[in-house]
Ligand binder design. Structure first.
Ligand SMILES: Nc1ncnc2c1ncn2[C@@H]1O[C@H](COP(=O)(O)OP(=O)(O)O)[C@@H](O)[C@H]1O
Ligand SMILES: [Mg+2]
Length: 392
């Protein structure tokens, strides 16, 4: 499955091509546009997340090749296909110079076009990352959300995943410092302020590279700047990063806003983080109610109990009863290792691999991987539906 944008100044032609593409593989996400190439070039957003751009070049003119050159340069990962009636050698050379990778006849030969798209789709899917999106959310301040989000990111990268952590805290975002001593080159507010420049190279220059396979987009240090961040900025960032990383982790903090809801809507899993005491339990109930009203059901919400101690004021069974939900994961209390990790800005898995916290985080990473196909389609599951949440 890939994202395809069909561009033709004649909408009827774009619709014909879309029908042919969908008849070949209805799983592709197909959009059409009747903008001129120069307009498309000026409006970068239209190409966010597009894997294949099909340009109907029936009436392609010289200046269109300049626009095409700009488009393909800005979107280096996007494949561009041109449809044109009996192309001359000169046109073919211009097209190739402009970054077009495939030329097909117009009017379209349905089978030939479908065949070419399948070849491109196979190639793209071969280089695509898993693109799992998860969010950590605090039921109440101090629950350990930022610490767990940042350290889970490191643990997942140590397990071979390519991970991006995005710090969405509305106050004093500091997740980057929990796992790194490097001062971030830029923050989410800087990316939002220059959203029109967003492309892979710009984003890369804004990230803190914590270790091999672990990048962080730092949070906003000044709460006054959080209002610069809008839902559409997050949408554009997500479109760009989703298939470049195996795992994209959001540290959302406590705020429910139109920005955080954009992220929560698109998260595969949401981890509300709480501790075993009454104030957290109350906060947890409130948050779960909000999630229910937002329509997040089933396996999507995974309650995470942090700082677990056997002799806490509230037991796990009471918590599950009060929340009416199974606890998905438990992270033990470990004051010494956690404070050493935070004070040194070194991930706990690197500092103290054998600590209970590090082991539980590695377990949590394993629970995130998609289940093998044969487990998912087991006979029991066919009879009884989704498996119950298991405790990590
Ligand atoms: N498993 C744990 N064991 C001991 N202390 C912890 C644990 N997890 C977090 N903490 C402590 O809780 C504090 C708050 O964590 P933080 O991640 O900043 O919370 P939040 O982001 O939810 O406000 C940390 O500074 C750390 O000292
Ligand atoms: Mg925090």
């Amino acid at each position: 499955m890939i994202d395809i944008l069909i561009n033709s100044t004649e909408q009827a032609h774009a619709d014909v091509i879309a029908r042919i593409v969908e008849a070949g593989d209805s799983n592709h996400r197909v959009k059409t546009s009747s903008k001129g190439l120069a307009d498309l070039c000026a409006n970068r957003e239209a190409l966010d997340g597009v894997d294949l751009l099909i340009v109907n070049g029936g009436q392609i003119e010289l200046h269109d090749f300049d626009a095409l050159t700009g488009l393909t340069a800005q979107n280096a990962d996007m494949t561009c296909m041109l449809l044109t009636p009996s192309p001359s050698a000169d046109l073919l050379i211009r097209a190739m110079r402009a970054g077009v990778r495939d030329v097909q006849p117009w009017p379209v030969d349905s089978q030939q076009l479908q065949h070419a798209i399948e070849g491109i789709s196979r190639k793209i899917n071969g280089t695509r990352r898993e693109g799992r999106v998860i969010s950590f959310m605090s039921c109440k301040g101090g629950s350990g959300t930022s610490f767990l989000a940042a350290n889970l990111g490191f643990a997942a990268s140590a397990a071979g995943k390519l991970v991006l952590l995005i710090d969405l805290n509305h106050q004093f975002g500091e997740a980057a410092f929990l796992v790194s001593e490097v001062t971030p080159p830029a923050t989410l507010a800087d990316v939002s302020a220059q959203i029109d420049r967003l492309d892979p190279a710009f984003l890369d220059a804004c990230l803190t590279h914590v270790s091999d396979g672990f990048d962080v987009l730092a949070g906003v240090p000044d709460p006054a700047r959080t209002k610069e961040i809008r839902p559409e900025h997050l949408q554009r960032i997500l479109n760009l990063v989703r298939h470049r990383y195996d795992l994209v982790i959001f540290d959302i903090g406590q705020s429910i806003s139109n920005v955080s809801i954009t992220v929560l809507d698109q998260s595969d899993f949401i981890f509300p983080v709480l501790q075993l005491s009454l104030p957290y339990l109350r906060g947890g109930r409130r948050l779960l109610e909000i999630f229910r009203s937002l329509g997040y059901r089933g396996d999507k919400v995974r309650v995470l109990v942090n700082r677990y101690q056997k002799k806490g004021p509230v037991g796990l069974p009471e918590l599950e009863k009060a929340l009416n939900l199974r606890v998905a994961s438990v992270i033990p209390e470990d004051g010494a290792s956690v404070s050493a990790s935070i004070n040194q800005g070194v991930p706990i898995l690197r500092l103290d691999k054998s600590s209970g916290v590090a082991k539980s985080l590695s377990e949590l990473v394993r629970s995130l991987s998609p289940q093998p196909e044969n487990e998912r389609s087991g006979i029991l599951q066919k009879f009884f539906g989704k498996p119950a949440l298991s405790r990590a």
